[in-house]
Design a protein around this ligand. Sequence first.
Ligand SMILES: Cc1cc2nc3c(=O)[nH]c(=O)nc-3n(C[C@H](O)[C@H](O)[C@H](O)COP(=O)(O)O)c2cc1C
Length: 182
Amino acid sequence: MDALDLLLNRRSIAKLSHPAPCGDVLNNILAAGLRAPDHGGLTPWRFVVAEGEGQQKLADILVSAAQSADAEQAVIDKLAKAPFRAPMVITVIAKTKPHPKVPEFEQYLSAACAVQAMQMAAVAQGFQGFWRSGTWMFDSHVERAFGLQEQDKIVGFLYLGTAQCQAAPTPQRDLDKFVEYL
Ligand SMILES: Cc1cc2nc3c(=O)[nH]c(=O)nc-3n(C[C@H](O)[C@H](O)[C@H](O)COP(=O)(O)O)c2cc1C
């Protein structure tokens, strides 16, 4: 796939089913994440791949967090199903390190770039993805389950799989509304 075409026309697709990326294709996706811009070479990323049983473990973590927070049953039921919206979910964590010149904020940005890079690498290889978040991503119970330290953050859940529908047309955006030149 042409790189510019990918950059200009990528869409997120929420309706995803089997197959999930695997083997070299999955490794390419993860390796693309490891090519995220990285100030100071801190490599502030961790990717937790969940498929099958792993998705059940992710569901259990979310459900347990919601139960601890006395969430309504409807919320709990929704969370129990959430990780199965695609055949694979990669939880992307910004694993930060104290640094005199690279604040945590930059390390979070780097992890966010990793999500985008992985989504692009999936699309480039014929798969599709959707970046999701939600309030439970910031829940201390969920953070503990993923072994996060105080300054670490989950920056997203990247759902990956095979598209079950056509992508919506790419929005046409007017450069003049977003860009100015000094
Ligand atoms: C940090 C982050 C978190 C997001 N979380 C959600 C989410 O929880 N649910 C959702 O519907 N879209 C979420 N999105 C937006 C979608 O991933 C997607 O970008 C959006 O639907 C626009 O589609 P497009 O990527 O095809 O332009 C999130 C995007 C970002 C950058």
